[in-house]
Design a protein around this ligand. Structure first.
Ligand SMILES: Nc1ncnc2c1ncn2[C@@H]1O[C@H](COP(=O)(O)OP(=O)(O)O)[C@@H](O)[C@H]1O
Ligand SMILES: Cc1cn([C@H]2C[C@H](O)[C@@H](COP(=O)(O)OP(=O)(O)O)O2)c(=O)[nH]c1=O
Length: 213
């Protein structure tokens, strides 16, 4: 089994079930002898958590929202993700920049070329010759109606969670396009199944890469 640094992100529309599996995956890595760092975006540092509060609760235009997401991401990369990877830890991150392309890009209709530019500034210069990207992105795919039904009553909706189903259809399409553009990085998880079956798909994606026994 590998002891290389691993950066794994969890993505999907709100309510798809990704948070449910982060802790289980952390336990599986810990049982395999790895040091695990669970974190989230926007957030993961004191500054980025303050930016999260603003981005998730204040009305703002899509560019402002994208800039806050990438500002939070830069602080998170520099303070938390890069140091953890330098120590060869496993970083499990609840959302990363695919979420900005899906929510601010596909969902809110902001120019993906500008998002690509921000991505190059924020995720460039950290590893030689390429952008810092997750080694694996687990994309939880579920019909927006089903995700909304799971969320109903589960928690108080934030600015994004209270968007209509059509918004999440665009977000899901944005995620699908990111996955199609970089199929080696993504594992697409059918999240419509019961929890145990979804967990087996998650585990299998890691086992297949030789990252879990
Ligand atoms: N496979 C599943 N089947 C039914 N309900 C689920 C499943 N996975 C998660 N849930 C429930 O759906 C809700 C949303 O799950 P959560 O993991 O918080 O989603 P996300 O982090 O993707 O927004 C929670 O109440 C959770 O308990
Ligand atoms: C990282 C990121 C998140 N978001 C949104 C998606 C989610 O609705 C919200 C917070 O994500 P999340 O942590 O999944 O919230 P919760 O734990 O309450 O489900 O932020 C963006 O719009 N752009 C981004 O770049």
């Amino acid at each position: 089994m590998s002891d290389q640094p691993l950066f794994i992100s969890f993505e999907g529309i709100d309510g798809a079930g990704k948070s449910t599996h982060i802790e289980a995956l952390a336990q599986a890595f810990t049982a395999a002898g790895r040091t695990v760092r669970c974190t989230r975006e926007p957030g993961g540092t004191p500054l980025a958590e303050r930016l999260r509060e603003l981005a998730l609760n204040q009305p703002m235009d899509a560019l402002t929202e994208a800039l806050l997401m990438f500002a939070a991401r830069r602080d998170h990369l520099v303070q938390v993700i890069e140091p953890a990877l330098a120590r060869a830890e496993v970083v499990l991150c609840d959302r990363f920049s695919d979420a900005t392309f899906a929510y601010q890009g596909a969902g809110r209709g902001f120019d993906p070329a500008v998002l690509g530019q921000l991505e190059r500034w924020v995720q460039g210069g950290l590893v030689p010759g390429r952008l810092r990207q997750p080694d694996l992105t687990l994309l939880f795919e579920l019909a927006p109606e089903q995700a909304a039904a799971r969320l109903a009553g589960a928690r108080v909706p934030d600015k994004f969670e209270s968007q209509p189903v059509e918004f999440f259809r665009r977000v899901a399409q944005g995620y699908a396009e990111r996955a199609e553009a970089d199929p080696r990085r993504f594992a697409r998880i059918d999240a419509a199944h019961p929890r145990e079956q979804v967990w087996q798909s998650v585990r299998q994606a890691l086992v297949a890469r030789g990252w879990l026994p």
